[in-house]
Design a protein around this ligand. Structure first.
Ligand code: ADP
Ligand code: MG
Length: 277
């Protein structure tokens, strides 16, 4: 998959009162594996939801199904009450390993590409488009990097470029697959700051994440997934011993932290190395 593929399913009429996402009885089967089994959940506009679960739990599959990149075996996903999402309303950021960072484009080019769906492939970006792209880079703290080649940036900076692209695209729903893998703590903090900027814009965010403490701290709800949906609730409600055992099974290490929250370490985590999406 290239850096530039965006999900732009055809528009149908959207119902503004409807949830951003309504997933009903979603099942996704690969040839041998049932990756997701009868998932039903609703995500409201502006919510930030972390998706947690062990390796192979179906986190990437769920994000790809929502992005329209993964065929659904059964069930349905509705976007703003409609069968399909409006063009450019979804931004999907794949795992870092699945992106070719040698591609010779500048940071501002990548962000401007978020405008392509709005301005059309053949029209040149207007001043307005450039201004939006520049403002998006400022929001994620990367204004000074606009002319750098994307491959020269650190992992955390690259992730923030994609957040800026989602902002420039004026996406209403941002899907991110393990954006923190391989990042040092300061870079992770930068990502969370950038996510706060998106929150201020009312963007709905779904992020696959391994660290349950980060999930509890930065997200409105945590979806615990292990092929089945175990819970999708604020961390305090979701992180019961029963839910954590159902999610992590044998990999479970329960720890209680100062504020009484249970935390878990699983024995993960190597993102798919085969380059598949
Ligand atoms: P996670 O992101 O939570 O690690 P995935 O969605 O990548 O989980 O995978 C869920 C299950 O589906 C795993 O058992 C995985 O091996 C399988 N799977 C994922 N992608 C494919 C594929 N392209 N073909 C066949 N099986 C797949
Ligand atoms: Mg994954």
């Amino acid at each position: 998959m290239s850096v530039f593929s965006l999900t732009t399913p055809t528009a149908t009429t959207a119902d503004t009162a409807a949830p951003t996402l309504a997933i009903r009885h979603l099942t996704v089967r690969y040839r041998q594996t049932e990756a997701l089994s009868d998932i039903s959940v609703e995500i409201q506009a502006g919510e930030q939801v972390a998706i947690a679960g062990p390796n192979g739990a179906g986190k990437s599959t769920l994000l790809k199904a929502i992005a329209g990149l993964q065929p659904i075996t059964a069930g349905e996903i509705r976007y703003f009450g409609a069968e399909r999402a409006a063009p450019n309303s979804i931004a999907y950021v794949p795992q870092r390993l699945q992106v070719d960072w040698r591609f010779p484009v500048s940071v501002s080019d990548v962000v401007l590409m978020g405008r392509v769906g709005r301005i059309g492939l053949l029209r040149r970006p207007s001043r307005h488009d450039r201004l939006l792209a520049q403002r998006a880079l400022e929001r994620v703290g990367l204004a000074a990097f606009a002319d750098r080649q994307i491959g020269q940036l650190s992992g955390g900076q690259q992730q923030r470029v994609f957040l800026a692209r989602a902002l420039a695209q004026e996406a209403r729903l941002l899907l991110m697959d393990e954006p923190l893998v391989g990042l040092d703590i300061p870079s992770q903090d930068e990502i969370f700051r950038a996510l706060a900027a998106l929150r201020a814009e009312g963007v709905t965010i779904l992020t696959a994440l391994h660290d349950l403490q980060q999930a509890a701290r930065y997200f409105d709800r945590v979806m615990l997934l292990n092929r089945r949906l175990i819970a999708c609730a604020p961390a305090r409600e979701a992180f019961t011993a029963a839910n954590l055992v159902a999610t992590y099974g044998g990999h479970l290490h329960l720890l209680s932290s100062g504020d009484g929250l249970l935390t878990v370490a699983d024995t993960c985590c190597h993102p798919n190395l085969d380059g598949t999406l």
